[in-house]
Design a protein around this ligand. Sequence first.
Ligand code: FAD
Length: 501
Amino acid sequence: MTVSGLDSSKNQTPVKNVVIAGGGTAGWMAATALSRLLGKSIKVTLVESKDIGIVGVGEATIPPIRTFHKLLGIDEKAFMRATQATFKLGIEFENWREQGHSYIHSFGITGRECWAGEFHHFWLRAKEYGFGGEFGDYCPELIAAKQNKFATSEAMPLNFAYHFDAVAYGRFLKSLACEAGVMHKEGDIEKVAVCPQAGNIQSLQLASGEVINGDFFIDCTGFKGLLIEQALHTGYDDWRHYLFCDRAVAMQTELTAPPVPYTKSVAHRAGWRWQIPLQERMGNGLVFCSRFMSDEDAINTLKSQVTGVPINEPRVIRFTPGKRRRGWNKNCVALGLSSGFIEPLESTSIHLIMTGLIRLMRLFPFDGITQSAIDEYNNKFDSEMSAILDFIVMHYKVTQREDSPFWQQCQRMEIPPSLKHKLALFAETGRVFLDDGDIFRVDSWTQVLMGQGMTPSQYHRVADEMSEQSLKQFMAGLKQQVDNHVAKLPLHEAFLTKYLR
Ligand code: FAD
């Protein structure tokens, strides 16, 4: 059917051959999803270089990865055994609000959902009365993380994600993808052939001389964006004026204590440091701003702060926070680092690979590429990236730290207008504004905003509908439920060992 007045700009070539360039986390996630879910309609080929390594430091995830795994029919225990995975209930932020202070951003719901006004309004009212404890006391995931406890069962559900070994994850997905029929090619891509008239990518030429033709290409070649940028010149929005950190140094160490069910993020004078516990090792990294810290200083700082015997030498990774101007350009979609990188503070990159893939599969151009599908993909990509940008920038802006030039600059920086609005709304009214593309919901915003030190000047008056006595009972009842839930949980390591035996 055609709709009069609409410009139907369709490339009539049906898409049957999809070529994925790159075999890092993005490449193998794409290969697994496309082969397992669309394998009857399309042929999938993946090309990777054995000489060009993968970034290999994406080790912390957020809960929707479990839905993705379910969609692909991935067995949780097999995945966890293969990747040294541990459970993750959230992130502990240390020294972010001020030195010596810490809070947890957990994956759980705090208190109870209320259609008229969210739980934090009731909590704020309780604080005014002089009772109510900590905001986090009402969230089972947060208290479980604090007490190093974990279990997953239908009777006692917790919302969780994983920490895993990114290199092992790639290997694990590779075996699933190849089983599902993905054609695997090894070699260095030396040339990307682009049609001079249409501007579409036609083929990839390997160093061996082999030419790989395709109808549709997925660029998973990492930061360099071999197809999306070097061949198609799509452009990049550089966000370094909002996000000052542009380098990381990563190293692994032996575990010195049982793995905790949360990521640790410790702010330092020019950025922050992560600790990601796996079953048998700790992933460590220092994220920093090269204007305020040299590579040598970062390496020495990281070495002096890790505990445990080093397993490898520290490795410096450079990046430019930002996003590709278009995630889908011509007959190419960029996934993973080739599509942009906001910085790893809230573990959003692997999630974005997943959402990009799901969006692509929903809009998949089986019968030819249409401009409407490209626009839809790019609009959603833009709003998702902008919403995450706001959430991450908020961590640097809402803080009392002013003890170094880096933090002073964070205090002074201009922030995106959308974030300015969200912060003003919360400070003045206690209301949380959510963008359509926001993967972080009210509970995340309230936990982090209040964790970083922002308290709204008023609460929603729905909380006044409860008498002081009823509110006291309500809060005490909720806290009791959380305490009872967490009291029944085993220690994380004990559960992990039993679960994976
Ligand atoms: P890469 O891993 O760089 O893979 C690129 C692939 O392309 C490789 O297989 C390479 O061989 C291939 N390739 C490149 N050039 C060629 C060529 N010419 N010919 C053939 N093949 C080629 N994400 C999270 O979700 N959680 C985290 O905790 C997290 N932490 C991070 C910490 C840091 C410091 C950084 C930098 C990133 C982090 N990420 C994290 C992001 C995560 O690492 C990436 O999103 C993820 O690894 C995907 O990478 P990729 O597959 O896009 O690229």
